[in-house]
Ligand binder design. Sequence first.
Ligand SMILES: [Fe+2]
Ligand SMILES: [Fe+2]
Length: 288
Amino acid sequence: MENQELKKRLSRIKNLPTLPIVASNVIKLTQNPDSTAFEIAEAISKDQSLATKVLKTANSAYYGFPRQITTVNYAIVVLGLNNIKNIVLSTSIIQRFSKSDENALFDRNDFWKHSLLCGIISKKISEHIGITNSEEMFMCGLLHDFGKLILDSFFHDEFIMALQLSKEKNITISQAENDIFGFDHSGVGALLLGKWSLPPSLVKAVEFHHSPIESLNAFRTASIVHVADYLCRRIGIGSGGDNIMPVLNKKAFELVDLSSNQIKQMSLQITKEFKKATEFLDEGEEDK
Ligand SMILES: [Fe+2]
Ligand SMILES: [Fe+2]
């Protein structure tokens, strides 16, 4: 999905957000097989508020570890590197993008609830079809609509026009964005996450979450996020800015291999898990 217009417009933004340095160091360290848990713990501890948040999330009911986790080093040992990487990345990004200018049409709280739910469902579907790196699928779901935050922050007026258009015409935000910008949030998100050196498989899943069929080698991951995004609206927690059911891609739905009975059961479980996972969504906004 090479979109020159999108590239041009993003390249004109002078202060495109960067991934917080500590998070970026942690990502690098986790990609290096020689890194030790101690080195990673040390990198996280350079940012005390991040370290505190990592511990809070590691102790949340979502992970359900029976004993209190009191140090980052111990958190890495018991939850594993992939989970800790996810906590660091999601915490850094959510903290950074939790506040916004006034935008009555786009509530960031609801946005993050939608994103978190999509992460949880993506992980659940991956487990259901036997994907081994289901933690990465959590991040794909969590970040699938990330581009909306960039549009809201840097192309605010046009983004509001797109939100209005979506309401007036009863079309998805993605369709409205395409009408207004000539591209939509999936490409914007993928471009920025790619710049942050996040794994290419994650970037592709974000890029093709509306149209998994167009992705070449990321059909599986894009399909999972696509179906998860659809199920989020059915469950009705949070909002990505519109409440229109997108068209569910048949092939993607076949791939996730869920019967309607399984969907019902999964939805109940997921609603419970979502409540346990709210530690991800920083309640402690009072500190910054
Ligand atoms: Fe989307
Ligand atoms: Fe979404």
